[in-house]
Every structure is written in structure tokens, then in C-alpha cells.
Design a protein around this ligand. Structure first.
Ligand SMILES: Cc1cc2nc3c(=O)[nH]c(=O)nc-3n(C[C@H](O)[C@H](O)[C@H](O)COP(=O)(O)O)c2cc1C
Length: 348
């Protein structure tokens, strides 16, 4: 599989990526990840003016940071939620700002990945195409429809949205690598994501065959992330993510009808809206309670009246301290090396 370092010359190993979390991953986070030798992404935003501002701010941060920047591209990636954004609007921004990569997610079908990749490559030939998918079949389909530069393999432990059906990265990554090899695919880099929140998780992903790792939930505890304090407190306080988070579609019904593609759901903390849903409370009543909680100062994220979705992966229990993105990256890199050395002792 192709090495990530080739196209992202500022990157140190192991390659750590901050996922493009819409509404959370802004210029400050993406820039700090870049400055720490990782790959930072801006979350995709349906509001094109807000997205333009984010790209302008990211450009300003990069220009002012005195870190050697690569040629003509903005060394920061841009997330795109295909079902929620307009292709021509995103392409115009890509042409203007030339981000190092666009991370495509949540298409209605593989043909959408094809259309978007083609238009983005035409607009900015140096912008790499990253595609986040969660199955072997989707990996093979997207390779055929758009030859991505990077496949982000999203395991079922991931926080936020993903495929309703899915496997953890422990089988998803090696089986996808095997299928790609059998199909004669070369030149695509593999990034693993979903449930990775510390250095041991990074080490595990690398041994599975990934060339890098993307984290979302761990970066929800970064100082630079745009997150409500009550949301961040919930992330820091929650343990045992396999019991305290759940994948469900009801989280996308809280503010109105679900607009996500059919096969998607999302992983969030188990809270009152979900409990009501399980008890059979009507969606109208769940929405009413949600709307009331959104009026409070904690916006429905606070303990006691937690009704808004707090997207988080099963690794949430490993997220214990708030820190800068640079500190998080340094820590997981250090831990990954320790974990790999320690694992080697068990195979000699
Ligand atoms: C709060 C939150 C928001 C997210 N928003 C997006 C998004 O806008 N686009 C996207 O491609 N993925 C999004 N994701 C999913 C991430 O890309 C990634 O798959 C996930 O964070 C990996 O799992 P982890 O959270 O356990 O690290 C989001 C995840 C979280 C936790």
C-alpha cells in the first residue's frame, strides 16, 4: 500500500489524522494537528459561507505559522458530507483554496463518490481524494468508481455517523487489504479509524496493516476543538464506551426528520432521548423534550437533562484529560512506540 508520507511531507510517524468532524473540527484544531506533524481536517459544513470563512482562517493560520508549507496547496484537508453539501459550491472552494485533501463521506451511492472525485481533481490536481467507508465491498466499489488516494476504513466502534452494519477495524482493515491485493489495486493508502483513542490503539491499527490512524473522539478533548463545555465534560467523564454509547438512528430524529442516507446511523452517548425511544415514547414527545433541553444553558448536553446527541466512539473511556492537539499527538505517538516494543516481547 502507498505510504502517506510521500504526499504530506511535513508529517511525522506514526501518521495521526484528526477526523473532519462537522461543527467541531475548525481551523484551530486542523492547524494545530498540522503543526504537530499530523494531518488536520476541517469539518464539512452545509453553510458554504461558514466553510469559506473556515478555509480563510486556516489559510491565515498556516501563513502565519512559519512552518515550511508545501508548494501551492493549503496543507490542511477539507471534509465533505456528500448528502448534505452542494458539489458545485464545494468544488469552487477547492479550486480557490487548494486544500491538500478532500475527505468524502456519506454518499447516497458509489457513483456520487465518482462524480465528486472527478470534479475535485479537475478543480485542483494536487488535492488528494480520501474516502471514508466501512466495508470491504464499499472499499472495492469506491476504488473502482474513483481511484481514491486514501481509503479511510471506518470501524463500527467509531463515534458519530457510519454504516448501520459494520465490523471493528480488527477484521475490517486486514480483510480489506486482502481484497484490494486480490483485485490488483496498488497506490492507495490506508487509514484506520473507529475506537482508536490512545497509543496502543494506534499500534494495533498499524499492525493490522494501516499506514496511519484517524481519531475523532480523542480530539473532542482537544483545547482547540469547537465543543460546548458540557459536551466536553460528558466525553471526559464517560467510561466503558461499549456500554455507555450506542449506534442508533433516533439521534438523527431529535431535531426533525432524518436526512442521512438510508444505511447510516450514528454512535452517541446513551442518554434520555435514547432511553425514551427504547421505552416506546413517541418521536413527537422525544422531540419536544429535546427542544426544551436545547433552550437551557447546557444545550441539552448536561448531566441531569441530557437529551441532545453527544457523538462519541467506544474509545470514549480512554479520553480522560483535556489537552492541546499537539500534546495529544505527542502522547499517542509515545504510547504507540511503547506498545509496539512491548508487544514484540510476546512474539520472541
Ligand atoms: C463528533 C463527531 C463528529 C463527526 N463528524 C463527521 C463528519 O462531519 N464527517 C465525517 O466524515 N466523519 C465524521 N465523524 C466520524 C469520523 O470521521 C470518524 O469516523 C470517527 O470519529 C472515528 O471514530 P472515533 O471517534 O472513535 O475516533 C464524526 C465523529 C464524531 C465523534
Amino acid at each position: 500500500m502507498a505510504s502517506l508520507a510521500e504526499h504530506y511531507p511535513w508529517v511525522s510517524s506514526p501518521v495521526i489524522v484528526s477526523a473532519p468532524m462537522s461543527g467541531f473540527s475548525g481551523p484551530a484544531l486542523a492547524h494545530s494537528v498540522y503543526a504537530a506533524g499530523g494531518i488536520g481536517f476541517l469539518g464539512g459544513l452545509p453553510d458554504i459561507n461558514a466553510l469559506r470563512t473556515a478555509l480563510e482562517d486556516a489559510t491565515e493560520l498556516v501563513t502565519g505559522s512559519r512552518i515550511p508549507t508545501p508548494d501551492t496547496t493549503l496543507p490542511i484537508g477539507l471534509g465533505a458530507l456528500l448528502f448534505a453539501q452542494k458539489l458545485d459550491e464545494v468544488v469552487a472552494l477547492v479550486e480557490e483554496f487548494r486544500p491538500i485533501a478532500v475527505w468524502l463521506f456519506a454518499a447516497h451511492g458509489p457513483e456520487d463518490f465518482g462524480r465528486w472525485s472527478e470534479a475535485i481533481r479537475k478543480a485542483s490536481s494536487k488535492t488528494k481524494i480520501w474516502i471514508q467507508i466501512g466495508s470491504v465491498a464499499a472499499a472495492l466499489n469506491s476504488v473502482e468508481s474513483c481511484k481514491p488516494d486514501v481509503l479511510v476504513l471506518q470501524g463500527a466502534d467509531a463515534g458519530g455517523h457510519g454504516g448501520e452494519k459494520g465490523a471493528g477495524i480488527i477484521s475490517l482493515v486486514p480483510e480489506t487489504l486482502y481484497a484490494l491485493e486480490r483485485a490488483g489495486v496498488i497506490g492507495v493508502s490506508i487509514v484506520a479509524t473507529g475506537g482508536i483513542a490512545n497509543g496502543a490503539g494506534v499500534a494495533a491499527a498499524l499492525t493490522l496493516g494501516a499506514g496511519g490512524v484517524a481519531m475523532g473522539t480523542r480530539f473532542l478533548a482537544a483545547e482547540e476543538t469547537k465543543v460546548h463545555p458540557a459536551y466536553q465534560t460528558a466525553i471526559l467523564e464517560t467510561e466503558d464506551g461499549g456500554q455507555t454509547t450506542v449506534r442508533a438512528k433516533v439521534f438523527d430524529e431529535l431535531a426533525g426528520p432524518n436526512i442521512w442516507p438510508r444505511d447510516f446511523d450514528g454512535r452517541a452517548l446513551i442518554a434520555d432521548s435514547y432511553r425514551d425511544h427504547v421505552k416506546g415514547v413517541s418521536i413527537d414527545d422525544i422531540r419536544k423534550s429535546h427542544a426544551e433541553a436545547k433552550q437551557t444553558s447546557h444545550l441539552g448536553f448536561g448531566d441531569g437533562n441530557r437529551r441532545a446527541a453527544i457523538w462519541a466512539g467506544t474509545g470514549v473511556g480512554l479520553v480522560r484529560d483535556k489537552a492541546s492537539a499537539g500534546q495529544i499527538i505527542a502522547e499517542v505517538r509515545r504510547e504507540a512506540k511503547i506498545a509496539l516494543n512491548s508487544a514484540l516481547k510476546h512474539v520472541q
